[in-house]
Design a protein. Structure first.
Length: 453
């Protein structure tokens, strides 16, 4: 997987060394000599990863990272801070500035490449969501959001068989308002993640009696947790296991003995990233809902209905399927007599009645104007006829008061068509139901007609 990487360092020898290593893996490289140039290039070039030196003149790496993470144009770009300072306090400063990781010089090649691959993979995933969200916002389907919310209320699962370490992690996370839970083994962890949605999972690789890496693999493969951030805890000498955990999909690691502040900082970064991804997913879901639903009634719209019907016919060959076309009788007279606001209320009442009187696996859509369509999979002629009569009767019983003290009748005419087992073309089905509907109109309205032949 190729990617664009920006190396920020004021020492040319350091830059050349990293550039040589990364270019050998076919990454596209750009360089910057200080924080100011890094910010400018990051905004313009949009790298997939930034390797940022801490000690630089004018603007140090901490301030540069903070500005990158405060800018909506660059906040999504992963930042790995690189320095010769290895004290825990320096790591904490970098993490609190928003860095995704902190590597100490001289950088170990295996560690560097593991972090690069992991962060680039995550960045590409987020880019897909961001692109879809940007399209939705450009179409006016979603609005811009504020910054990432507080992590208070997030849920974290700690998987650890040693009570003291598990309690230390729980207490540290609770200081930020995170709600922790503890699993003593992998089996309990799987059970708990199937029952509760977690925003972070912390796995101790030193657990006895089982292989925690099997749990990491299982969590990444499970639908409920395949995108949940995984934070590994291990002894410093367990480098090979940590790197293997990253290959399996872990997001971050922490070495023992645990520094509570570093743990909190790494947990905050991972949870905030998940919240960001969740927000992008929610934006897309909202956009899709707006595109595929009718804003007045909340029912599906014509676009969704036609695609859904085609899919049902294609995937359900050999099964009956019924289509009911429902048209409101004399609806123009309602608008003319009481106004369009009253007409809109009538359509909402009818939509609610159709929704309440169909099965959960039936699809109800507003097809246009005062016309509705109900798609009923697995439904033969007798069931479809009974369903149409039930809907007609339910609409007739609606109490519609367009003005105070005035009750106006609402009725519908229904045309019913269905596919014989093993056949069916969407256009033909619509045409047959429409023809039946017009017969119902000609024959006096407030009635149902079945498609002929």
């Amino acid at each position: 997987m190729t990617a664009r990487i920006l190396i920020v360092d004021d020492v040319p020898a350091n830059t050349r060394l990293l550039e040589a290593k990364l270019s050998a893996e076919y990454y596209q490289i750009a360089t910057a000599r200080d924080g100011f140039e890094a910010i400018t290039k990051s905004r313009a070039w949009q790298p997939d990863l930034i390797l940022l030196d801490v000690m630089m003149p004018g603007m140090d790496g901490y301030e540069c990272c903070r500005l990158l993470k405060d800018d909506p144009v660059t906040l999504h770009i992963p930042v790995v801070m690189v320095t010769a300072l290895g004290e825990p306090g320096e790591r904490l400063r970098g993490l609190e500035a928003g860095a995704d990781d902190f590597l100490t010089k001289p950088v170990e090649y295996d560690t560097l490449m593991t972090r690069v691959r992991s962060l680039v993979r995550l960045k590409r995933l987020l880019d897909e969501w961001r692109a879809r969200g940007d399209t939705a916002r450009a179409l006016g389907l979603t609005s811009d959001h504020a910054t990432i919310p507080s992590i208070a209320g997030a849920r974290a699962l700690i998987v650890d068989d040693w009570e003291q370490t598990g309690q230390t992690i729980q207490d540290a996370l609770a200081e930020d308002g995170v709600i922790p839970a503890l699993a003593r083994n992998g089996a309990d962890a799987i059970t708990m993640t199937n029952a509760v949605t977690f925003d972070l999972i912390v796995v101790n690789l030193t657990m006895a009696g089982e292989d925690p890496l099997k749990l990491v693999s299982a969590l990444r493969a499970a639908d409920a947790t395949h995108e949940t951030p995984l934070l590994l805890v291990a002894e410093a000498v367990e480098k090979d296991r940590i790197l293997r955990g990253f290959e399996l999909g872990a997001n971050d690691w922490l070495v023992q003995p645990i520094d509570r502040n570093e743990l909190r900082a790494r947990a905050r970064n991972q949870i905030r990233r998940k919240f960001y991804q969740d927000r992008l997913r929610s934006d897309l879901g909202t956009a899709l809902e707006m595109v595929l639903t009718d804003p007045l009634t909340g029912l599906y719209n014509k676009r969704y209905l036609e695609r859904h019907l085609g899919g049902l016919i294609e995937s359900g060959k050999g099964r009956h399927l019924a289509l009911l076309m429902v048209d409101v009788d004399h609806f123009k007279a309602v608008n003319d007599a009481y106004g369009h606001a009253a007409g809109d209320r009538a359509l909402r009442l009818i939509a609610d009645s159709l929704r309440l009187n169909t099965r959960v696996f039936d699809s109800v859509a507003r097809y246009g104007g005062e016309e509705f369509v109900v798609v009923m999979p697995g439904t033969g002629p007798e069931e479809a006829t009974a369903a149409a009569e039930r809907l007609r009767s339910a609409v007739e019983s609606i109490d519609f008061f367009p003005s105070q003290g005035t009750r106006a009748p609402l009725t519908v005419s229904v045309g019913v068509a269905f596919t014989p087992a093993g056949t069916g073309v969407p256009d033909a089905l619509f045409h047959a139901a429409d023809a039946a509907l017009y017969r119902a109109k000609r024959n006096g309205r407030n009635r149902i007609e079945i498609a002929q032949g």
